[in-house]
Design a protein around this ligand. Structure first.
Ligand code: HEC
Ligand code: HEC
Ligand code: HEC
Ligand code: HEC
Length: 500
């Protein structure tokens, strides 16, 4: 027989038959492959539930009986070993790493203690231990309201069902200490009936309603980020009832939220040195992410923080929610062909560059607070200071928006850089005005920059008695926390589950 190429030269129709035949075979192979993949996906769901539990079951190990794979990975958010250049899961004392923060937050709880976020399995323990929640022992109250529990536990939706939402937020933090004991978990994101993603927190639903949108109609891909947006967002405690509210009525940009806060005369605290009416940004991760290229290309948080993984031939969603830099092969490299080292360098380059200007803005803000303090000391009048204090408020809000949005420098580097640069301009304006006020008070020198190169020095500078706070906290952890846990154990024994 002649070689195929010669046959085709003589009778070109043979070539066409070969070509079409190949296409048909490839088509059917494709169908086969897709059916195998579908079967695998079905296998994940074709589980036999072992246990039936209530819709608001807060114990993750109970849900875990039915979904051991997701549960086991979820438990690993306890892991504290990964540290990236700026973030990660280890304990990092941010005030020690950057003592300027203490001065920026003078008069506010964050100046006492502020740590880098860890995995979801630490939520309750970290909250009990942090100095900001105080030491409610021997009849003393915590300085924080129950609203603070909202993003920490699936006991929250359970209690909201039981008490009503507005009632839940009222009262000081220790009043629900024995009720809110399970770490962030399954009931926060899933419907127990069908395991569909669900929104369990009313603040997000209400924010959507006020924007004229219906959260029940969003796409599945949007749910893969809105479940996170229940907590990883900017919010404030509204009114005396401390009602958890997202300031999104005018939009979710830094300016739109600032305008909302200004118009509604909202301040989180008054700065003890400058007397400026301050705002504390929480963690606008979702809002800032929305302005970046990955959101614009349709990615959701889960694409990088909850990638698919394989175990025993089964593909499922990785519930070890963490920095994607600890898992580049299953996250970035699904879409990008670059080497791990190059992708890492891309992330660090963006973070480093934003941080460079963010640090500069911090320094300007420390100076502005201290200079305003000097002006008051020399007898400045209220009307001389009003616009300066408003500038300080706006500049620090912009700094905090970027600093507190933990992944923001990567999620949206251009918007982060823009926000910081507007903050720098405003802080400079404040300092120019301050120089004029100081001159009018016959003060024509530089106001010395404080010696705050350690956390201890900075806390002393703002007048915090940290030893007392620490010893009170120890007493609380020793006396009160075990009582809360014992009470919770007793209550949970009575929760109904049914073996199937
Ligand atoms: C912070 C939100 C969140 C929490 C908490 C959470 N999940 Fe999920 N879960 C998701 C997301 C997102 C997906 C992916 C859904 C999709 O893309 O269809 C998912 C998917 C699943 C699926 C579908 C199969 C799969 O692996 O894709 C199961 C089952 C599941 N989760 C079980 C659990 C269990 C059990 C817990 C508690 C131990 C839990 N989840 C906690 C967000 C969460
Ligand atoms: C119920 C509130 C809540 C929900 C829902 C939630 N988170 Fe979190 N998340 C937290 C809290 C609180 C922490 C900090 C815990 C700590 O430091 O103790 C955290 C920490 C993290 C961290 C840092 C982990 C580390 O190891 O450094 C990442 C990343 C994260 N969350 C991503 C997500 C993603 C992605 C989703 C959605 C799939 C999500 N979170 C849903 C409250 C929530
Ligand atoms: C394209 C991938 C990608 C997407 C999508 C994404 N992130 Fe991230 N995220 C990252 C990277 C990279 C970091 C930086 C991690 C580091 O420096 O260790 C990060 C950091 C974080 C952190 C801080 C982690 C830590 O270790 O403390 C949080 C919290 C976070 N992201 C939440 C979210 C939320 C919420 C969404 C959705 C609104 C989201 N991310 C979407 C890639 C992504
Ligand atoms: C699901 C797919 C997907 C995943 C996962 C993903 N990316 Fe991307 N990434 C994209 C797309 C799409 C773009 C936009 C570029 C384009 O459209 O050509 C992009 C853009 C980028 C850019 C350029 C954007 C800029 O700031 O200029 C960088 C850098 C990048 N990705 C890094 C990462 C890293 C690091 C990770 C993992 C943490 C990651 N990506 C995960 C799809 C993805």
């Amino acid at each position: 027989m002649k070689p195929i190429s010669d046959q085709i030269k003589e009778k070109p129709w043979k070539g066409w038959i070969l070509f079409l035949g190949t296409i048909i075979i490839v088509f059917f192979l494709g169908l086969l492959a897709s059916s195998i993949i579908e079967r695998r996906a079905e296998a994940v769901f074709a589980y036999t539930p072992k246990i039936e539990h209530s819709q608001w079951e807060p114990r993750n190990d109970v849900w875990g009986e039915n979904f051991p794979r997701q549960f086991n990975r979820f438990l690993q958010t306890e892991d504290q070993s990964f540290k990236s250049k700026h973030l990660g899961s280890t304990h990092r004392d941010m005030l020690e790493e950057d003592p300027r923060l203490v001065v920026l937050w003078a008069g506010y709880g964050f100046a006492k203690e502020y740590n880098q976020g860890k995995g979801h399995e630490h939520a309750i323990d970290d909250m009990r231990k942090i100095l900001r929640t105080g030491a409610p022992v021997d009849g003393k109250k915590s300085p924080m309201p129950n609203t603070c529990w909202t993003c920490k536990s699936p006991d929250v939706p359970r209690m909201m069902q039981q008490m009503g939402v507005a009632e839940f937020y009222k009262g000081s933090w220790e009043t629900l200490g024995a009720e809110i004991v399970n770490n962030i978990g399954c009931a926060d994101c899933h419907d127990a009936q069908n395991m569909n993603l669900r929104i369990s927190r009313p603040a997000l639903v209400e924010a959507y309603e006020r924007m004229g949108a219906d959260i029940n109609t969003v796409s599945h891909q949007d749910m893969r980020k809105l479940t996170c947006a229940q907590c990883h967002v900017e919010y404030y405690f509204k009114g005396d009832g401390k009602y958890l509210t997202f300031p999104w009525d005018k939009g979710i940009s830094v300016e739109a939220m600032e305008e909302y806060y200004d118009e509604n005369n909202i301040k989180d605290w008054t700065h003890t040195i400058s007397k400026a009416p301050m705002l504390k940004a929480q963690h606008p991760d979702y809002e800032l992410f929305q302005t970046g290229i990955h959101a614009q290309r349709g990615l959701a948080c889960a694409d990088c923080h909850m990638p698919y993984i394989n175990e025993g031939g089964q593909k499922f969603t990785d519930h070890k929610i963490q920095s994607p830099l600890n898992n580049i092969a299953n996250t970035c490299q699904i879409c990008h062909r670059e080497e791990t080292s190059e992708l890492l360098a891309n992330v660090y380059e963006r973070q480093d560059k934003i941080k460079q200007n963010r640090d500069k803005l911090e320094e300007l803000l420390v100076s502005a607070h201290v200079e305003a303090g000097k002006a008051w000391e020399l007898g400045a009048q209220e009307n001389q200071m009003t616009s300066i204090l408003q500038d300080i408020r706006h500049a620090q809000w912009r700094w905090d928006f970027v600093a507190a949005s933990h992944g923001g420098s990567f999620h949206s580097p251009i918007e982060s850089a823009r926000i910081i640069s507007t903050g720098i301009t405003i802080a400079q304006e404040a300092r120019l005005k301050l120089a004029r006020v100081l001159a009018s008070l016959n003060y024509n020198q530089e106001v010395p920059y404080p010696d705050i190169d350690t956390k201890a020095k900075a806390q002393k500078f703002i007048g915090l008695d940290i030893e007392k706070l620490n010893s009170d906290k120890e007493k609380f952890m020793f006396k009160v926390v075990p009582e809360w846990d014992a009470e919770a154990k007793k209550r949970e024994k009575a929760y109904e589950t049914k073996n199937l």
